[in-house]
Ligand binder design. Sequence first.
Ligand SMILES: [Zn+2]
Ligand SMILES: [Zn+2]
Length: 373
Amino acid sequence: MVSKSIEAMQGLSFSQFGLPLKWIGLTTFCGDSASPAQANDVSICRHYGVRMKNIMRQHLLSFAALALSACSLDNQPPELTPSCPVFLFILGVAQDAGKPQIGNPDDPAWADASLRRLSTSIALIDRRGDTPKRWLFEATPDIKEQLHRLNAAAPAERTLDLGGVFLTHAHMGHYAGLMMFGHEAAGAQNIQVFAMPRMNDYLTANGPWDQLLRKHNIFIAIMHDGEAEQLAGDIAVTPFLVPHRQEYSEVAGFRIEGPEKSAIFIPDIDSWEDWDAEGTRIEDKIAEADIALLDATFFANGEIPGRDMSGFPHPLVSHSMDRFEDLPVAEKKKVWFIHMNHTNPLLNPNAPERAQVQKAGFNIAEEGDKICL
Ligand SMILES: [Zn+2]
Ligand SMILES: [Zn+2]
């Protein structure tokens, strides 16, 4: 029942909704050349074929051909939401700095927008009730685009209606997007931010973050290791500590429990073996959940030319696959790799490494994926 539901969702993501790669490419392509109003229409073109047709009439034939292939206009507009009422929505899959990364002019993603990826973020969406409830995990530098996508997938009364924003730690890709809630941008009112105790101290004691608190753009709900935050009768989020660089804050992962299933989200960790030494085995965490979104920052040693990466503070995907090799197929199937560095070949749609990972029984998270909970 559980795995059938996951498969159904994967089917929706990749077949009925159209490939996320195409959607993202088209969104960016249209957004680059269209007025803001047009860009808004185009970004939801998968759902409103007729409106898309009107926009396309205004464009050259070559553009129309590209858009047609991505939007499947002759099909009925697909269902906006998955069949399950509570689900995770993948808003970004790249490492903190996104792809392409600053200072890398040779990255083909500068020329080909379909190769661009946003910093890792997921949303938890509960569609029961009159308007969806939405919670964000991580406030990334790409939060503006990510909230736009969230509103297209699960529109609330107001763009900034969020049940809360859960932060894992104080590395720039995971919290710097809070700045967009501030005075110079959204001027948000009392957005709840869930932070661990040291993360709370850091935000409270340092500018510009303390200004967000003083102006009541945000307020902080302090979380504690292993203590569940009950978001609804059957939805809870529980933080747990993981070993990772802790210059400004501790580092958390999350267990997210929905009505049917549960997920763990660990975008950053130094190594599975460091965690072993602290008495926690990742295999046990996977066993206790249905979905495991795991740190896949680097694929293999040699990915960064001229550097020995064996001491890099992230589990290489190649090492994770070796470590999980003897797990039962059903356990491997729970794993979704996420938080990929701009050098990671898993971000390249044509890389043989993608097939290698999928053949070994694991998943690679894509922006636009919806995973039932
Ligand atoms: Zn990170
Ligand atoms: Zn980090």
